[in-house]
Structures are given as structure tokens and as C-alpha cells.
Design a protein around this ligand. Structure first.
Ligand SMILES: Nc1ncnc2c1ncn2[C@@H]1O[C@H](COP(=O)(O)OP(=O)(O)OP(=O)(O)O)[C@@H](O)[C@H]1O
Ligand SMILES: [Mg+2]
Length: 311
């Protein structure tokens, strides 16, 4: 497609802000092969936050079979109609899996439909937020190579961390990165070879316990070590709150609750939760829509660390 990869100064990855290309949307991919980590919930919350700042936002669902994000947005549209309120809406599209039996043909079909969906919006909006399935699919891998910013929500559990790294149970030392970290590593390399700009990878902790439990502390220690080893940033993340489950049926986010739109009234817990969402969006450090195109000067970030290297 015409808006293809720009030449990269070098394949370094450790960025604190992904670069924006003038006239082209910034692509935020939300990915984690582990199901149920909060990808779709984060996708809509971030979309509504950016819309609230006046940005133009498109959302793309690559998990069309489950269709959570599409359903969330449908619920939102239905809520607006029912209550006669006007809530900001992203432009939404879904890319279903190919039904072609031949694998190569199916992958070519998916690539063509993914790029066509992007083509529809990439020159017209400021941000495209891509929600991916909680499994390893060709479409998901493809999207990862397009990410300017990659956000990985991670439930605060060693079961979920297992997809990022094997951890020694006695010492909590990282034995080796595991499948999702390796997949991101490969996609980063592929992107660099294709001349793409470096991706800014952020891991966000989700469903954090309000208790100062040992699990929470140990997860923090291991994630900090892993971040240094495989090159991601850690965002503080979201606490465990039942409100996230309740908002879905009306397609609302915590950021809508202040708007006097007939939704649940704000409690102190909701105010704290809303602040966590705002902090998360701030931690993403997405380039502003009006930011100038980055110069082609060589990046000063350190070279891409090998996830298999000792550390
Ligand atoms: N911080 C949170 N507190 C409580 N519940 C949460 C939180 N974040 C997400 N959930 C709930 O966890 C479940 C999974 O969330 P979500 O569907 O966003 O995950 P996902 O990563 O998109 O899942 P999948 O991999 O199946 O697409 C949902 O029931 C959602 O409401
Ligand atoms: Mg989902």
C-alpha cells in the first residue's frame, strides 16, 4: 500500500516515544497471545480517551470471530440511541480470518484485507488502535509488524507471565524469554528488515490486587528485570475492579461516567479507576496528532537486545 514502511535509521528498539510519520495515523497494536488479559477493554478505554482529547481514532478488530471490541462499540451506539446522548465513537472495522483452505492463499487473502482496512483509515485519522486475538494467528503476527506502539496488557499472575518468560520458582530469575516475547522479537526484526521505524513496546499490568500481596511484589520484580532484558517499558496499569465488567453492556468506559449521560453514577473507586486509565494513556506517551514528522537523524537508543542473551 502507498503508506508503506519508511526507511529506518537503524533497527534499535528501546524508545520512550514512538515516532509519528506526517500525514499517517499512528498505529497502536494491543497484543498478548494469552486470552483474557484485558486487550479489548484497554482498546476501547484508550480509544475513548484519545477521542476525548479531540483526536480522530479508528479501531480495527482482528478477533472478528469473538468480536468483543465490535460488540462493545455496537453496545455504545445502541446506548447513545436509547438515552439520546452523544458519545465520541471511533471508526470501527473488523478483519475476519480467511476461509480459503490453502494456507498460503489464506495468508495472502488476510494480508490484502488487513491492508485494505488500514488503507481506509490510515490517512484520515490520527490513531488506529488494533485489537488482536488471545492466540497466535497470521493476522495478529501481521499487525505486530505494523505496530508503531505495542501495548501488552498482562494479568498480574505468573500464569500469564509464563508467555513472556520462564521464571525460576526459587530465585525468581528469568530462565529464558518464552513464546510471546520471542514472537515480538521476530516481528521487530522483520519490521527492521522491512525498513520500519522501531516499535515502542509497553507492558501494562492489569487486574492488580488492592492488597500488598507477595504475588504483586514478585510480579513487579520479575517484570522490571524482564523489561531490561527484552526491551519494553512497564506501565503501572489497572486495578481489579468489577466496574470494567459492568460497563460492557452499555458500551461505556470509565471516561464516560463524568459526562452525565445516564450511566452509573461516579463513586470514589470509579474516580480512582478513571485516573488509572488516564495514567495508562499518559504512560503510552503517544505522539500528539499535530507533532511534526521525526527527522531522519540516527536514533540514539541502544541496539536491539537479543532476548536469548544472558541477563
Ligand atoms: N482491570 C480489570 N478488572 C476487572 N475485570 C477486568 C479488568 N480488565 C479486564 N477485565 C475483565 O476481564 C475479562 C477479559 O477482558 P478482555 O475481553 O478485555 O480481555 P482480552 O485480552 O481482550 O480477551 P481475549 O484474549 O479473549 O480477546 C472481561 O470480563 C473484562 O471485563
Ligand atoms: Mg479481546
Amino acid at each position: 500500500m502507498s503508506s508503506g514502511f519508511q526507511p529506518a535509521p537503524n533497527p534499535s528498539i528501546a524508545q520512550t516515544q514512538a515516532a509519528r510519520t506526517a500525514g499517517r495515523a499512528h498505529l497502536l497494536v494491543i497484543g498478548n497471545e494469552k486470552g483474557g488479559s484485558g486487550k479489548s477493554t484497554a482498546a476501547l478505554h484508550i480509544a475513548v480517551s484519545l477521542l476525548g482529547d479531540g483526536a480522530k481514532v479508528a479501531t480495527l478488530d482482528l478477533d472478528a470471530r469473538q468480536g468483543t471490541l465490535g460488540r462493545y462499540i455496537e453496545n455504545r451506539a445502541a446506548y447513545c440511541k436509547r438515552k439520546g446522548v452523544d458519545l465520541p465513537m471511533p471508526v470501527h472495522a473488523a478483519v475476519p480470518l480467511s476461509i480459503l483452505p490453502d494456507r498460503a492463499a489464506a495468508e495472502a487473502d488476510e494480508r490484502a484485507r488487513f491492508e485494505a482496512a488500514l488503507e481506509q483509515v490510515i490517512g484520515a485519522v490520527d490513531f488506529v488502535i488494533i485489537d488482536t486475538p488471545g492466540s497466535d494467528t497470521h493476522l495478529s503476527r501481521l499487525a505486530h509488524t505494523w505496530a508503531d506502539t505495542l501495548l501488552t496488557p498482562l494479568n498480574d499472575s505468573f500464569i500469564d507471565l509464563d508467555l513472556l518468560a520462564r521464571v525460576d520458582p526459587d530465585t525468581l530469575k528469568i530462565v529464558r524469554p518464552s513464546i510471546y516475547a520471542e514472537a515480538v522479537w521476530k516481528q521487530r526484526q522483520l519490521r527492521a528488515v522491512q525498513g520500519g521505524r522501531p516499535v515502542d513496546w509497553i507492558v501494562m499490568r492489569n487486574r492488580l490486587s488492592s492488597l500488598a500481596a507477595r504475588n504483586k511484589r514478585d510480579m513487579g520484580t520479575v517484570l522490571a528485570a524482564l523489561a531490561r532484558r527484552i526491551g519494553f517499558r512497564v506501565a503501572a496499569g489497572l486495578s481489579e475492579r468489577v466496574i470494567y465488567k459492568e460497563l460492557f453492556l452499555n458500551g461505556l468506559t470509565l471516561l464516560d461516567l463524568k459526562r452525565g449521560n445516564g450511566g452509573p453514577s461516579l463513586t470514589l473507586s470509579h474516580v480512582a479507576a478513571r485516573q488509572e486509565v488516564r495514567d495508562l494513556v499518559a504512560a503510552l506517551n503517544l505522539p500528539r496528532p499535530d507533532a511534526a514528522a521525526p527527522s531522519a537523524a540516527p536514533a540514539t537508543a541502544p541496539a536491539m537486545p537479543d532476548p536469548q542473551a544472558a541477563g
